[in-house]
Design a protein around this ligand. Sequence first.
Ligand SMILES: O=C(O)CCC(=O)C(=O)O
Length: 330
Amino acid sequence: MALTQDQFQHFVDEGYVIVEGALTDDDLDPVIAGIEAFVDEKARSLYDEGLITEIHEGESFERRLALVTRENTSIYDDIDIMNMRAEAVFRFLGNDRLLDLVESLVGPELTCSPIQHLRAKLPEGLVRGENGDEGDPARGGNGNESAVAARESDLAARVKENVAPWHQDAQVHHEDADPVFILTVWLPLCDTDEENGCLQIIPRVHHKGMVYWSEGFGIEDGRLPEGEVLSLPMKKGDVLLMHKLIPHRSIPNRSGSIRWSLDLRYQQTGLPTGRSFYPNFIVRSRRHPEFVLTDHNTWRRGWEEALKVTAQRPPRKNRPTGPTPIRMYG
Ligand SMILES: O=C(O)CCC(=O)C(=O)O
């Protein structure tokens, strides 16, 4: 269903809108099954190689990867759309219910941006073994203490890096896309709230037209624009649509399980994505339906080839200090 007039106006005024219950289990469960199959296959091969002592078969979607990650972080490190290249995720990128919402803001000629992520936001307590498992079996004066300490510090780094600092999505693409209206679509694959690390935003900042650059990535506290900070608890099935100038972050996951989510981006076809070195594709077109990419293997190979050439995304060259006009559709 398209956005209602009220939802559309909320986006225009506030810079975001949450569409509650936009997606059903039928939309999301194939994605979850695809991720589960990936984790299962990788866990089995780590086990066969002797790199983990348990595959945690039968654990839930929200816990299994966390338990495996306590012993070995390699599956967690591969969890992202472009690394997994799963067919179920590719199909979801073209989900009609999702695209109907996107079309209300971006128009009928839609390109799926390569700025797209699957996030497994790990629980903070993972490092301390507080999530219902026994803690580290190698602890206990058996001579493995330093290896265990190294692994714990590696885990701590992983947990820290998946707390997204304040930033605007306009900061994550190159200059060529500065004037392009790129819509962020964020959706949880499980219910999310302040305990398991939901998003927080500062609404209405898009009216200023400014990107708030800081020394490194994101926006330092002292440079954050004025405004109320809103927490956005969301249920599985809800969809957040957000303007690329809205500052947002995610808070720590203090629950005992993983907060899974997807963040995707869509824009009008034919405009720069700001990541020309990664593959975009036409996901809906009224004018040229024959150009819509429906072949999973083409998409998969596109990412494989691109990542061989550009494993590490190059930084932007400049950071405009004044406002850049961004034209929304319509
Ligand atoms: O999901 C998160 O934790 C952060 C997402 C985010 O920062 C983004 O979509 O730009």
